[in-house]
Write a protein that binds this ligand. Structure first.
Ligand SMILES: [Zn+2]
Length: 215
C-alpha cells in the first residue's frame, strides 16, 4: 500500500502519516518539506536558492519537488515496501509525474490519495494559534488536548508562536493551496482516485475514517 497525503497546512497530515506507519508498518516516509529543509542545509548552488525561497517565499521550478522525492524513492524504496508521500503532490504536473512513476513501479492501483479536508478558516485558526517549544523545537498543534498545554510536554520548555506563522505567511500558504492544490484534488477526483477525509474531528476519528474508507 502506498499513500499520498494532501490537505491545507494545519490539517494534521503529519500526524496521520505517523498513525498510518504505526498501523501498516514497513512504509517508507517522505515529507517534501523535510526534503527541502535538508537541501537547504547543503552547501550547493541549488541549496543557496532553496534557502532564499524558504526565507523569502516564492516557488522552486515546477519539477523540483518531484525530482527530490523520486530520487529518494528510487534509491530507497524496497520491493515489498509501501511509501507515504506527506504533503505532495501539490501541483497537477507533480501528480502526473508521480502517476508515470507509479505506472513504472506498477503501484498505481495500490496507491491511495488521501485528502485530509479542513476549511480555510479552520486552517487559519490552527496555524495562527499553534506553538513551538523554544528549547527542543517540538511543534504543538492547536487541536484537542494540545490546546490545554502550557509548557512543552516533552521537555518542559517555553512555548512560543513560530516566526513563520505570521498572518501574512499563513495567508500565502493557504492561497497556494487554493490556487494550486485544489487542482490536484480535482485531478484525482475526476479519475475517482481521491479519498476525502473529514479533518475537522478528533485525531483518532480522522484515522478511523481513513481505515474505514480504505476498505
Ligand atoms: Zn520541548
Amino acid at each position: 500500500m502506498n499513500f499520498t497525503l494532501i490537505g491545507r497546512s494545519g490539517c494534521g497530515k503529519g500526524t496521520q502519516a505517523k498513525l498510518l506507519m504505526k498501523h501498516f508498518g514497513n512504509l517508507f516516509y517522505i515529507s517534501t518539506g523535510d526534503l527541502f529543509r535538508d537541501l537547504a542545509k547543503a552547501d550547493t548552488d541549488t541549496s543557496i536558492r532553496i534557502k532564499k525561497i524558504i526565507k523569502e517565499g516564492g516557488l522552486p521550478f515546477d519539477d523540483m519537488a518531484t525530482t527530490l522525492w523520486m530520487h529518494k524513492l528510487a534509491y530507497n524504496l524496497k520491493e515489498r515496501q509501501g511509501f507515504i508521500l506527506d504533503g505532495a503532490p501539490r501541483r497537477v504536473n507533480e501528480a502526473k509525474s508521480l502517476d508515470k512513476f507509479l505506472d513504472f513501479l506498477d503501484r498505481k492501483d495500490r496507491t491511495f490519495n488521501l485528502l485530509i479536508d479542513i476549511s480555510r478558516e479552520e486552517a487559519f485558526g490552527r496555524l495562527s494559534k499553534r506553538r513551538i517549544c523554544k528549547k527542543c523545537g517540538r511543534l504543538i498543534p492547536w487541536v484537542g488536548e494540545f490546546k490545554k498545554i502550557k509548557v512543552c510536554d516533552k521537555c518542559g520548555g517555553e512555548l512560543v508562536t513560530r516566526p513563520d506563522d505570521s498572518p501574512e505567511a499563513i495567508k500565502s500558504r493557504l492561497d497556494y493551496y487554493d490556487e494550486r492544490v485544489t487542482k490536484v484534488v480535482k485531478y484525482y477526483e475526476d479519475q475517482n482516485r481521491l479519498i476525502r477525509i473529514n479533518g475537522e474531528q478528533p485525531i483518532e476519528d480522522v484515522f478511523k475514517e481513513i481505515l474505514i474508507k480504505l476498505k
